[in-house]
Design a protein around this ligand. Structure first.
Ligand code: DX5
Ligand code: ZN
Length: 226
């Protein structure tokens, strides 16, 4: 089993101080930057695009950037994110007419590829593409907003994907996104996840109220992971 990775979602960061916020969570021990891209079409919210990813790279961020596309369609924007410095690019199968082609496009652009599953999206989308994914992302909320509650059915889904990955023999990360907090992260890890997105669970404990806020919450999540 791969090492655990903590992925703060910048959706809950202070966008007016984004570079500093990302520096601070990485300095506090986060491993990877989760970057939520929303288009006001696939999901009812509008966020950030490749320019902001590029700006983080120019700012000096060297940690992996995990681009979670909640946009439809996906193919046109994939090379732009690769160019902008993305490490992982994941998308929802419902948002691509040709899932296999989009996965291949991500790898051909030099990035790691992944598929994202909404709470009601079946895992059968993985059936013929296990050799083309570097990450499977299970949504434990419906995508579009930070700060929602964890949907418990995601735990069963994580267990099923863990088994599929182990049986495949491929090196595939298993990520969970939505409602992850210090008090449920251990249970999610026990179900088989190895990569944990947390937006409000980390940035909600910001440094304005507590100068060691990010150290404390990231340290607590690591302790929970054991
Ligand atoms: C939701 C996004 C998440 C979001 C998670 O559509 O994909 O990454 O930031 O936020 P929390 O951790 O607050 O549920
Ligand atoms: Zn996300």
């Amino acid at each position: 089993m791969s090492e655990y990775m903590l992925a703060p979602s910048i959706l809950s960061a202070d966008f007016a101080r984004l570079g500093e916020e990302v520096d601070n969570v990485l300095a506090s021990g986060a491993d990877i930057v989760h970057f939520d891209v929303m288009d006001n079409h696939y999901v009812p919210n509008l966020t950030i695009g490749p320019l902001v990813c590029e700006a983080l790279r120019k700012h000096g961020v060297t940690a992996p950037i995990d681009v979670h596309l909640m946009v439809d369609p996906v193919d046109r924007i994939i090379p732009e994110f690769a160019q902008a410095g993305a490490t992982y690019i994941t998308f929802h199968p419902e948002a691509s007419a040709h899932v296999d082609r989009s996965l291949q496009l991500i790898r051909d652009s030099g990035c790691k590829s992944g598929l994202v599953f909404n709470p009601a999206t079946p895992l059968s989308h993985l059936d013929y593409v296990m050799d083309k994914v570097d990450m499977v992302l299970i949504m434990s909320v419906n995508p579009g907003f930070g700060g929602q509650s964890f949907i418990p059915a995601a735990l069963d889904k994580i267990r099923q994907v863990r088994q599929m990955i182990d049986e495949s023999g491929y090196d595939i990360r298993l990520e969970i996104d939505g409602g992850v907090k210090a008090d449920n992260i251990a249970e999610i890890a026990a179900a088989g996840a190895d990569t944990f997105v947390a937006g409000s669970g980390i940035f909600g404990k910001g440094q304005d109220s507590d100068p060691n806020g990010y150290d404390t919450i990231i340290g607590e999540m690591r302790r929970q992971l054991g």
